[in-house]
Structures are given as C-alpha cells and as structure tokens.
Design a protein around this ligand. Sequence first.
Ligand code: PLI
Length: 471
Amino acid sequence: MTHAIPQTMGQQFGRRSWAEPWKIKMVEPLRMISRAERQRAMTEAGYNTFLLRSEDVYIDLLTDSGTSAMSDRQWAGMMLGDEAYAGSRNFYHLEETVQKYYGYRYLVPTHQGRGAEHLISKALIKPGDTIPGNMYFTTTRLHQELAGGTFVDVIIDEAHDPANLHPFKGNVDLNKLEALIKRVGADKIPYVSLAGTVNMAGGQPVSMANVRLLRELCNHYGLRLYLDATRMVENAFFIQEREAGYADKPVAAILKEFCSYTDGAWMSAKKDHLVNIGGWLAVNHEDVFETASNLVVVYEGLHTYGGMAGRDMEAVAIGIEEAVQDDHIRSRIGQVRYLGELLTDWGIPIVQPMGGHAIFVDAKRFYPHIPQQQFPAQTLAAELYLDSGIRAMERGVVSAGRDPATGDHRYPALELVRLTIPRRVYTQAHMDVTAEAVKAVYDAREQTRGLRMVYEPKYLRFFQARFERIE
Ligand code: PLI
C-alpha cells in the first residue's frame, strides 16, 4: 500500500515552510556573459553543453555529480588527510562509515562511480551473459557491455511514460524479470542490477516492497542482487514519504533496510555523499571482494585508497553522515520540487512525479514539431543556455547511443532535458531565474529548429558529440 504523493512540500509538512538546515559561510561569484558571447560559446561547443567552459555558464545545472558544496566539517576533515600510500586512517574511517550506514561487509574504494562499475562488471560478467536492470544508466551499461554482457531493461512500463503518476516508477517488473530468467537461464545472469532513484527515468524511486520481492525472486533462482546506491538516500526519502509503515522511520534506517536486501552496491560518492570526487564498491560475499580488491590495484590504486587521496576519503566519510540526516534530504528534495512546481504552474511539460535530484523537462511535448532524429532535448538544452546562460543536460536519444548489434540509434521513449540541482549550492532565487528562463524558451518554441550531429565519438557520445543547427 502506498500513500498519495503530496503535490507540495507544504502539504506534507503542514503550513510551515522548510528551509535549508545550514547557512552560507563562503561564496563563489557568478558572472553572466552577453547573448552574443553565449552564441559564440555555444557554436564553439558544437551545441553540446558538455563542451562549454564553466566560466561561460551562469547557473550550472548540468549535473549534481561532484558539484556539491562541502560543509565546514568536511573541509576540516580534508586537513586530516593521511596520505600514506598504504593503510591510511581515512580508509578505515570510510570503511566503518559505509558498514554503519549501508551495512555491507567489505569495502573497495574507487576514484568515482564508474571505477566501481568497472570492477564489479569485470569481476562478475562473462561474455554472453545477460544483466537485467531497472532502466539503463550510461556508464553502468557500457561497463556491462565492455565486459561482454548485454543489459536488458526490466523496469515497470510506467517508467517510460513521463506523465504516469505511479509513486515508485523505479520498480522492477518481476514478471518481466522472471520471463527473462526463464528465457536465458539463471546461469547466464551474473547479477541483477538495481538502481535506487532511477536517473534516466527522471530520478524515480524503488519501493521497499519491490526490493523485498525482488530479493525473494533472486533467492528462488540463486541470483545475486547488486545495487547502484548513487542516489539511494534520495530513494529512502521517497519511501519515508510514500510507503505505508515508513513515515516515522528515519531515512538512515530506511537506507540500511533497503541495502540489507542486496548483496552489495557500487557508489558514486559525488552525488548523495556531498563531495567533489570519490566512490566505492561494497559487497557481502568474500569471493567478490577478493576479486574486486585484486582488480582495484590494477585499475584504480591500492585497495586502501582506490584512486582517492586520504583527504577525499575523509570528506566522503563525513559526507555520508550528513547525507542521511532527515532535515538535509528534505530540504534537498524540497528545492528540486520548488523548481518543478513553478514549471508545472506555467504548463511546461515535465516528468511527473518529480524526482530526487533534478527536474526533467519532456522535450517531446515541449517541441512536438522536432522529430527525435533532430535531437529535441539536445536542442532545448542549447536554447536554454542561449537564453540565459543556464546549463542543463540532454537525457534522450543522444545519451541512449547506438545499439552495439545493429549500429542504429536507440530511440528511448523518454526524450528529456535534465535541470539537475547541485546539493547546497544554489538558492531559491536561482530556481526562480531558472524557471523564468525555461518559460522564455517555451514561449519561443514554435520558431525553434532541431540539430544535426556532425561528430560522434565511439563511447558515451553525449559527452563529446558535436551538432549544428538545421536552418
Ligand atoms: O560519474 P561517476 O563515475 O562518479 O558515477 C557514474 C554513475 C553511476 N550511476 C548513476 C546512477 C549515475 O548517475 C552516475 C553518474 N552520473 C552522472 C555523472 C550524472 O550526471 O548523472
């Protein structure tokens, strides 16, 4: 059973407003360049917001990855970095903290999330294997493919519909999963790949009931279940808000219960953990730990730093404790919703329900006259920058890449632009300015033309592809 989704934070928390549980001690000046300078910058960047210089950006909503503001406690922790090559005290602090809040037995540090994805994929996947998961993520799927596997999406159908109001659109469709297991055989499935708050679906959560049933299904077929815990704290907040029996449980307890149904997790600490760099892989099985801690010395660094400096590991350990505080997560998601509510009030099509880390604008409905072959979401991200110097990210056909078997574009149902909110960085006034900019681009939508791709790199093309305007 689930609760109705509150449309505003006010409805959930009574008539009192929420506010950030911190005050500002240091600021970084922002600068807005002129419209002509923005046009020059965008042309030079090949209409790809990843290729802009940050100096030319006014409000940077490209990603919430590595863009958080650290706390005074985290900065103080940076001064306690033990930069020994082996056995740094900060590693042991991080290990204890992950064990305490996530509950996994063994920790392998990595430089960021994809380092951990590389290790788990290489450790477990054999050529010809199938990896089921609740919607692809770009780097996760690529590492699974590079290890010889094929990713198969088993998320519920509602996740592919930006207007569907299902409260847990990240859920795995257990019937789809079981049919896949029967088709390919459990021995061809090295693990099930489960992501908390599914990024590409719009930051949509997985329910506790779903992960519990998924665990049972995995046990029945003898399958392992690994979690992408990158934004799992945000997922725990949605469970507290929407799932019966969890309203009075702290986010930290919900997080730990959820993880207890899985065999391990990989983590990009650059998101939930409020740091600028870092990641880890944590597992319960000794055999997986042994393989991963051997591979980490080949690809990342010694098993007690894995590509992070001692000071980085300290900041992650402190960030984990800050991330699981209920007041932090409520204000973080409250700010995302504030932006989403402004856009909804103006009739701008966004993915509903609003997700945890970003508001996703539905480019198919925004630009119904631009076919997906002309990259409507890429176009919208470019137009938003040209209008106001605000940087967003395409999450549509460019991000989806090409099918390795056929070489054709993959055309995802969701063609989205992500307005991603860094944690503890921008104010409500920045959200107002952003919403007004999206509105201005929406008002000019009928005159807008699509793009053509003129350069396409082989891997993760969205980072480096170049485009030109179709006149
Ligand atoms: O960027 P990394 O290598 O630290 O982490 C990769 C990664 C794994 N899983 C998920 C769900 C992610 O969102 C993710 C990275 N996301 C980025 C960079 C983003 O902008 O969403």
